[in-house]
Design a protein around this ligand. Structure first.
Ligand code: DAH
Length: 318
């Protein structure tokens, strides 16, 4: 580009030379003129060649697989960052695999859901203030990008109802992306991931649930953990608990440093009933918790916003 500008300036300066023609003695004017014209033509030819050259590179089709910008000269030595799996997806695979090894099936969640699955099927009474606790987004058509993976509970129960009668149990986990209309900061994102668990049988108890959750967290963090629960409230479980683990020393934790990892409880009889399962015959427990938080603790990450940032410097570390 610079070269082109230089040539155009040269062409301009020829004009003042042409203006000087009057000062040249008459007998030399012819030669002077010819020389100027030759110079002008030479510059014009160079400008044309340069413009064509630039045009050639500008019309290069955009190759999105190219390792560098297509209009730049390809550097002789360059390193290609081939891309990699997003750390959340790698960790989600690990999470799901641990549950699969315990015998759980996997059902994927969805990105758009409705009022019924978000609230009604989960025993949220109409107009109940608990509905506001989920900071849901809504589309203009009134659909809801799910604010938790619990929206899948009703579908899981219905889809596995026959299996429950034949095999005596339902054991399913549901990983999924969820959305909340939150003020974003280092510990809150509008988009994050959860994993839900649903278990139903004739004889299961809260003790079974705590055993499964302990096993999961100890496998995930590859060490023995201290766990604790405290009462919680969710309309779809009764009783409801918050499940906590003591932050391990190896991950910078101190004694008594308990972190809430998920919500859980015994599935409310109304939730079973709405899916056509007889709550006098069957019991169930369910849990759901954030994947981002799980991963942040594992890698000592301080800011949840990294995950959705698309920042290559962050992603390349995994
Ligand atoms: N869905 C709840 C939330 O996002 C977490 C939860 C609580 C899931 C209790 C459950 C449950 O399945 O039984 O806050």
């Amino acid at each position: 580009m610079e070269e082109l500008e230089k040539l155009k300036l040269e062409l301009k300066s020829l004009n003042s030379e042409y203006a000087r023609i009057k000062e040249v003695p008459a007998e030399k004017r012819g030669e002077f003129g010819r020389e100027l014209n030759a110079k002008k033509n030479e510059i014009l030819a160079k400008i044309k060649a340069k413009e064509e050259e630039l045009l050639d590179t500008e019309v290069l089709p955009l190759d999105i697989t190219a390792p560098c910008a297509p209009n730049e000269e390809i550097p002789k030595v360059y390193s290609v960052f081939e891309g990699s799996k997003h750390p959340l997806m790698t960790e989600l695979d690990r999470v799901v695999e641990i549950y699969q090894l315990m015998g759980f099936d996997v059902m994927e969640s969805r990105q758009l859901d409705d009022e019924f699955h978000m609230f009604d099927s989960l025993n949220f009474a109409k107009e109940h203030p608990a509905r506001d606790g989920y900071d849901t987004f809504r589309t203009e058509e009134g659909l809801i990008p799910p604010a938790h993976t619990s929206t899948m509970q009703h579908r899981v129960l219905k889809a596995y109802k026959d299996k429950l009668e034949n095999d005596g149990e339902i054991a399913v986990v549901v990983p999924g992306r969820v959305y909340r209309n939150e003020d974003v900061d280092a510990t809150h994102e509008h988009t994050f991931y959860q994993c839900e668990g649903v278990y139903v049988s004739k004889t299961c108890t809260m003790g079974d649930m705590l055993g499964i959750l302990r096993e999961f967290f100890e496998k995930y963090y590859e060490q023995k953990l201290n766990i604790r629960t405290q009462p919680g409230y969710f309309p779809f479980t009764e009783p409801s608990l918050e499940f906590m683990i003591e932050k391990p020393k190896s991950l910078g934790g101190k004694k008594g440093d308990f972190l809430e990892m998920l919500g859980c409880g015994m599935i409310h009889p109304n939730v079973l009933k709405m899916a056509g399962i007889d709550p006098t015959k069957y019991h169930g427990f369910a849990w759901g918790g954030g994947i981002d938080r799980l991963v942040m603790l594992r890698y000592g990450l301080k800011d949840v916003r990294h995950f959705e940032s698309g920042n290559l410097n962050f992603l390349k570390e995994f």
